[in-house]
Design a protein around this ligand. Structure first.
Ligand SMILES: N[C@@H](CCC(=O)N[C@@H](CS)C(=O)NCC(=O)O)C(=O)O
Length: 243
């Protein structure tokens, strides 16, 4: 059985990491049996989650997890898509993962009110006397990562403008389709759902959320994906009424 190393459900989301959610939805789409393990972060081969263990194979990174499922288990996530559609799907995925992601990180880690409600709680199990030091150290590391990526060099208003453009692009391309590429879900839906659900996350007050909430089709899409892949989590991303 495949083991998915994850952080675990939090903030009304299947996982606070959109990459873990993407990997989990891909596993659900593949119908392969899997279990989740919430204690694997310290042994992560690339220092990040998600990764999976599949018999002897340890595979880190959501995109390589997808490749692994395709190669080892013969899953075709893009059934029915043309080469042009696959190219569009890949571009949207990477826009979400390499641009929108960093705006989400900024909104949760660098805005005090969101940090206190969100990432600060990741450290609750650390003994109280050393907790503030560890929290400050990790927050500093995240600030440096944002700076190294480049997103952290912009003003908050500029970051929000870029994120809004990503969200608007996703909602525009989705249009009135049931799923991102058409009437049936394909691989890119794992990513688009994960990021749209994170943007709509009701726990955080962010301009990302405001931007996403303006798109009724995006809310309905998250509701539809939730009903399909997380039927027992109807509260997900505040999309209960939108399914
Ligand atoms: N490219 C990776 C990105 C994974 C990633 O950024 N994971 C974050 C959580 S959202 C993580 O584990 N960060 C921990 C760290 O950087 O220390 C993927 O697609 O899986």
């Amino acid at each position: 059985m495949i083991t998915l190393y994850a952080f675990g459900p939090q903030f009304s989301l299947p996982d606070p990491s959109p990459f873990v959610t993407k990997a989990e939805v891909l596993l659900k789409m593949s119908s392969l049996p899997y279990r989740t393990d919430l204690n694997g972060f310290n042994k992560a081969p690339k220092g990040k989650l998600p990764y999976i263990k599949d018999d002897g194979d340890l595979v880190a990174d959501s995109s390589f997890i997808r490749r692994h499922l395709e190669r080892k288990h013969g899953i075709n996530f893009d059934r029915g898509l043309s080469a042009e559609q696959k190219a569009i799907a890949w571009a949207f995925e990477k826009m979400a993962e390499d641009n929108l992601y960093w705006a989400i990180v900024d909104s949760r880690w660098m805005v005090d009110a969101n940090f206190d409600k969100g990432p600060r709680t990741f450290f609750n199990k650390i003994p109280a006397p050393v907790r503030p030091i560890i929290v400050a150290m990790i927050r500093r590391q995240v600030r440096k990562a944002l700076h190294a990526h480049g997103m952290g060099r912009h003003t908050r208003a500029e970051i929000e403008e870029l994120a809004k453009q990503d969200i608007d692009a996703i909602a525009t391309y989705l249009g009135q389709k049931s799923f991102f590429m058409g009437a049936e879900p394909t691989g890119v839906d794992a990513t688009m759902f994960a990021f749209a659900a994170n943007a709509l996350c009701p726990e955080f007050d962010t301009s990302l959320r405001t931007a996403a909430e303006r798109h009724d089709n995006l809310r309905r899409y998250v509701g539809r994906m939730t009903a399909r892949y997380y039927p027992d989590r109807a509260e997900l991303a505040g999309c209960k009424a939108a399914a």
